[in-house]
Design a protein around this ligand. Structure first.
Ligand code: AHR
Length: 374
């Protein structure tokens, strides 16, 4: 017993010596050294030795598990780049990134692996609206806050801290209203108009919302005939394949609504191959969503008539929400919409109005493209 007490006393003595020496060694680190733990604060001196030692310890990185939809489009690539920048080590994060390659099962498995790790926060850009309740309940019971980006899900709000993304229904409505006004400008307001749509991934809120919003204008215009709506999976190859099939089936197409820029570029390629004219001076009006650099380049060239922005830069909002949660704050709201704009090839841009909020279309120019981040 006495021997045991003696050993404890020696261990305690050595620990104190080690701690004091560590503080002395750490204190020799120059004040201007960059990186975690280096304090340039002049008020450092008033801290106790123990507090100084703690302040000089490297700060713990915040572990964030991020599950991305995939890499199907230019928009998605820009969103992934933004995620990696926002959750960089430099910013204080350790990022666990999973690209689900458009497979909903992989997304759920990724979230389970984040819970098991465990990470401090989970960020999800969900492929589909469905299939989330069970795994999000698991995260909730493991006390890991979840932040949703871009697309929405069908799930009780208590299972996630906040969502940052786009108003997809509004995007669809803006597209519908633009088409209505554009046809009126061309004196075609009463003509029979044959429309095809190339939809995004079936069951994604981006697809559901844009379809719903545009359908409101289909309902308001009896002369608009919706010939077909097939899925192009938000990819260029998907858009091309669907458009090729449409061109073989329908002899007259007046409008193609593509639910993202990559599908629109694919549809344009199919029309080029079939020798069908489109865009500003052509027979087929092309409408698109996203407003990526490639999409806006096509607007500038008169290939896409109008492009409705979907903002891919939501990761910095998630990083800011996490910073605030770390400081003990909770997001004030559940849902935050990102700022978005509408673009057209016309020099005389129209003003649209959805839900009493007006939107002035922006004419695409070379300068605008030069400054475009994504
Ligand atoms: O969820 C946003 C959509 O997904 C974008 O429109 C598309 O480009 C992406 O792949």
């Amino acid at each position: 017993m006495i021997q045991k007490r003696y050993v404890h006393a020696v261990v305690l003595f050595l620990s104190v010596c080690f701690f004091v020496c560590s503080v002395c060694v750490i204190k020799t680190v120059p004040d201007d050294m960059d990186g975690f733990g280096a304090q340039e604060d002049a008020s450092f001196d008033h801290l106790t030795v123990a507090e100084q030692a703690l302040a000089l310890l490297p700060k713990k990185l915040i572990k964030v598990g991020f599950v991305q939809v995939g890499h199907e489009s230019d928009w998605r690539i820009a969103a992934t780049k933004s995620c990696k920048e926002a959750f960089s080590e430099e910013n204080g994060y350790e990022l666990y990134f999973v690209d689900a390659d458009n497979d909903p099962k992989v997304q759920v498995e990724a979230v389970r692996s984040f819970i098991k790790e465990p990470v401090d926060y989970i960020v999800i850009d969900p492929i589909l609206t469905t299939g989330w309740t069970a795994v999000l309940k698991e995260a909730y019971h493991a006390h890991i806050p979840v932040i949703l980006l871009d697309r929405t899900i069908d799930c009780k709000e208590q299972y996630y801290a906040a969502w940052f993304g786009s108003d997809f229904v509004r995007e669809g409505e803006l597209a519908g209203q633009w088409l209505q006004n554009y046809l009126n400008r061309q004196d075609r307001g009463a003509q029979e108009i044959h429309i095809v749509t190339i939809n995004g991934t079936q069951g994604a809120s981006a697809q559901l919302g844009r379809t719903e919003g545009f359908a409101r204008y289909l309902g308001k215009n009896d002369n608009w005939k919706l010939l077909a709506q097939d899925c192009g999976d938000f990819t260029e190859s998907g858009g091309k394949a669907v458009m090729e099939a449409y061109l073989k089936t329908y002899s007259k197409i007046d409008v193609v609504v593509c639910q993202n820029d990559n599908e629109a570029l694919g549809a344009c390629a199919a029309m080029d191959e079939a020798d069908i004219s489109y865009g500003v001076d052509g027979d087929v009006i092309v409408i698109s969503f996203d407003a990526t650099k490639a999409g806006l380049q096509a607007v500038l060239e008169g290939k896409i008539n109008a492009d409705f922005e979907c903002n891919p830069l939501s990761p910095p909002y998630a990083a800011e929400a996490i910073r605030r949660m770390e400081a003990g704050e909770q997001p004030e709201k559940k849902h935050y919409y990102l700022p978005e704009e509408c673009f057209a090839a016309e020099e005389d841009p129209m003003v649209l109005m959805v839900n009493f909020e007006s939107e002035r279309m922006i004419t695409v120019t070379e300068e605008l493209l030069d400054d475009r981040e994504y």
